[in-house]
Design a protein around this ligand. Structure first.
Ligand code: BMA
Length: 328
């Protein structure tokens, strides 16, 4: 039995396994958030949630009906029914240059101590990683962008490792990026980032082709007694374009650029209609996971076809067994 190290989330959304096809099963009322969940939204997807005040809070990617990408707060009692703001997050911060808005999308939320850090894909002449913190999901203080463009999928670790903060990311280009490997960077203060290390990359050949074009980190890594459990997205290029599936890996606790196991078989793939049909077909894109240390239960929040938001379930044991059974 593997063990999650972290907080207990007694009210984690949960359903017993209803599908024997893989290590992850879907909520039977998916999608939990529809495309018109707010007054302005064309689509609500690739969003992040955390336990907050006995319930849950989150930061949501809503693309507007003008197709303008921005991020919005949301709150929920049970983690399933969400009330999302019609007004985007307004950031404050020391430097007007950094506060300037081009676009914001694909947020992650990571609690470190008494602050919730938000990282997202932030337009600054090209995509890079924006960083901000909040304590109450009302006042948001924006820090410096973590990296030079072009970069996407900035994902913080939930505590310092040694005496450094650490962030995963996926250097990219300014377009739809036909490549991409995962790196980890270190910072003493969440402003200056260095000591960049390669974590893992695409898989060539016919061995695990679902992750042959690019990969990127998804939810905040989950600490377990065996290593950091990372859920990530993997992409293949087909005659109909990209297909986004999910996989998982186990990273060394002290040196998270060392990969202990990595799933050869995907853990979730676009199979359901709402994952295959939408503004961008065939995308399952995880940005958050709730993990209950008491039971080992994990609830994954993922964008479906760049249109709606889905919820899926697994356990720490299901994922680690899946990796050990067939690891790259
Ligand atoms: C990526 C990002 C994601 C999106 C994905 C699939 O480059 O734009 O937000 O889900 O493409 O379209």
């Amino acid at each position: 039995m593997s063990r999650i190290i972290g907080e207990e989330i007694r009210n984690i959304p949960w359903q017993e396994r209803n599908d024997t096809a893989g290590p992850v099963w879907r909520y039977d009322q998916n999608p939990i958030i529809g495309r018109h969940a707010t007054k302005i939204s064309n689509s609500v997807f690739n969003s992040a949630v955390v336990p907050y005040n006995g319930g849950f809070a989150g930061v949501f990617r809503c693309d507007s009906k003008a197709i303008s990408m921005n991020i919005y707060t949301g709150f929920s009692e049970n983690g399933v029914d969400w009330k999302i703001s019609d007004e985007p997050i307004v950031f404050e911060g020391a430097d007007e240059e950094i506060l300037r808005f081009e676009y914001r999308y694909d947020p992650r939320v990571c609690r470190i101590g008494d602050r919730y850090y938000i990282t997202w894909c932030n337009g600054y002449h090209a995509p890079t990683i924006g960083v901000a913190w909040t304590k109450d999901f009302k006042k948001f203080v924006q820090l410096e962008n973590a990296f030079l463009p072009c970069n996407r999928n900035g994902v913080l670790f939930p505590r310092k490792i040694g005496d450094m903060y650490m962030m995963l990311s996926r250097p990219s280009d300014n377009g739809h990026t036909p490549f991409g490997d995962i790196y980890v960077s270190q910072s003493p203060d969440l402003e200056f980032w260095g000591r960049h290390r390669y974590v893992m990359g695409t898989v060539s050949g016919n061995d695990s082709a679902w992750q042959s074009t690019k990969i990127g980190p998804g939810p905040i890594p989950i600490e377990t007694d065996e290593g950091w459990l990372l859920i990530y997205h993997g992409v293949i290029t087909t005659c109909n374009g990209f297909v986004y599936r999910m996989g998982c890996a186990l990273l060394d606790l002290e040196e998270p650029w060392k990969v202990k196991y990595r799933s050869k078989e995907y853990i979730l793939a676009p199979n359901e209609l709402y994952e295959c049909v939408g503004d961008v077909p065939n995308v399952t894109f995880p940005c958050a996971a709730l993990a209950d240390a008491a039971t080992g239960r994990i609830a994954i929040y993922y964008g479906c076809a760049d249109t709606v938001t889905g919820l899926a379930f697994t356990t720490v044991d299901d994922l680690i067994q899946h990796m050990k059974k067939a690891s790259l």
